[in-house]
Ligand binder design. Sequence first.
Ligand code: DGY
Length: 434
Amino acid sequence: MKAIQNKAIEVLNKNWKDGFSVPCANLYPFQWFWDSGFIAIGFAHFDMPKSEKEIETLLDSQWGNGFIPHIIFHTESDTYFPGSDFHRSDLHVQASREYRSTGMTQPPVTGFVLQEMYRISKDKKATLKFIEGVIDKVYDNHNYFYTNRDPQNEGLIYIYHNWESGTDNSPIWDDIWATMNPPEYTFERRDTTHVDASERPSKREYDHYLHIIDIAKEHNYKDEKIAELSPFLVQDPLFNTMLIKSNESLIDLYQLIGDNQDKIAQLEKWQNQAIESFNNKLFDKELGAYIHYDLRNEKPLRFVSSSSFSPIYANIPSKEKAAILVKTMMDKFGNDHQYLCASFDPTSERFNPKKYWRGPVWVNLNWILYKGLIQYGYNDIAKRVKEDTIEIIEKNGFYEYFDSRKEEHVDGKAGYGGKDFSWSAALLIDMLNN
Ligand code: DGY
């Protein structure tokens, strides 16, 4: 086991760029929000200063309104499209003047990442001191979400772009693309010079992605305008799970720090409403799973993906609902021919086990499910998720994503997307040490 852990450490050190980490070389040459969070968990096991710096740099990019962007363009790079010139974060009046970034965000992992760092730390006192110095920024980020991203006051946050979900080209979005007819953009893709095009989103999908950004830019990234006009406006179960888990972590951490009663009370208020709405609105009884809700077109998006099971990580389902959820996962995703856990329903005709978020297994989702399953006492299935994760990495290397079909894993070619991918390394280290 030691050899693979050493390799993981090598990957993380290689992707460290003096103040932050890239998800992987060439394909993703900047700092990404949720990647940084997962990476910090990995570093916490063997290099706490880097772990802290990763989070500090991320939080440094925060805007005046509490928003944290999804990509921070620390450097110039011509290996990525669309870059800072396209995103133009400077259009927003409260954007950071120091860092160029996108004008969209990503799943808010920072709260629970701080708590994981504390759990892992061998010097709890020092780590709590670090947390004390940054925690209010994370609180401000949650405040941004509940103040600006919840137009119907439900306690459920919307995302306005598929890149905010983290599950960039999920088949769930196909139904939204069918409601849009964006112009045909002329641009030079960079991702497909690093990775086989069959493993990446299509050109037409990119037209949609760029068009949504253009609409937001026309209105200088103003939240009220985006809520009113964006053709993509979705309540995403994974995104809201990340926020709810982070709320819980902030409450625990503020309690450890002491004082801050007002913030704890506010977090509890958000939390109670969020969990209630989540169960009422996003649980689909017939499918036996949580689903996405299309707020723009006012309709549920009735598909099962790995995001559907993520709420077990944030203690959202009752014991009964969790049992239904786990049964759905095992029935659809868990037969002996599949590694856990495909990112999209393997029984659906939209499933594609090689293409990015349309089917492959992702290590960060496995980590989330692993933790959630343990919390609800499903230790055997958790063990399988962990063993599957170790096995696919051992067989292929630290890829970005992996084929979910076991029979494809014969000659070490079932890892796809970016190579030496940071969060695959970081979360493997955490799983090995759990
Ligand atoms: C990409 O470029 O595919 C990124 O995942 C966007 O976040």
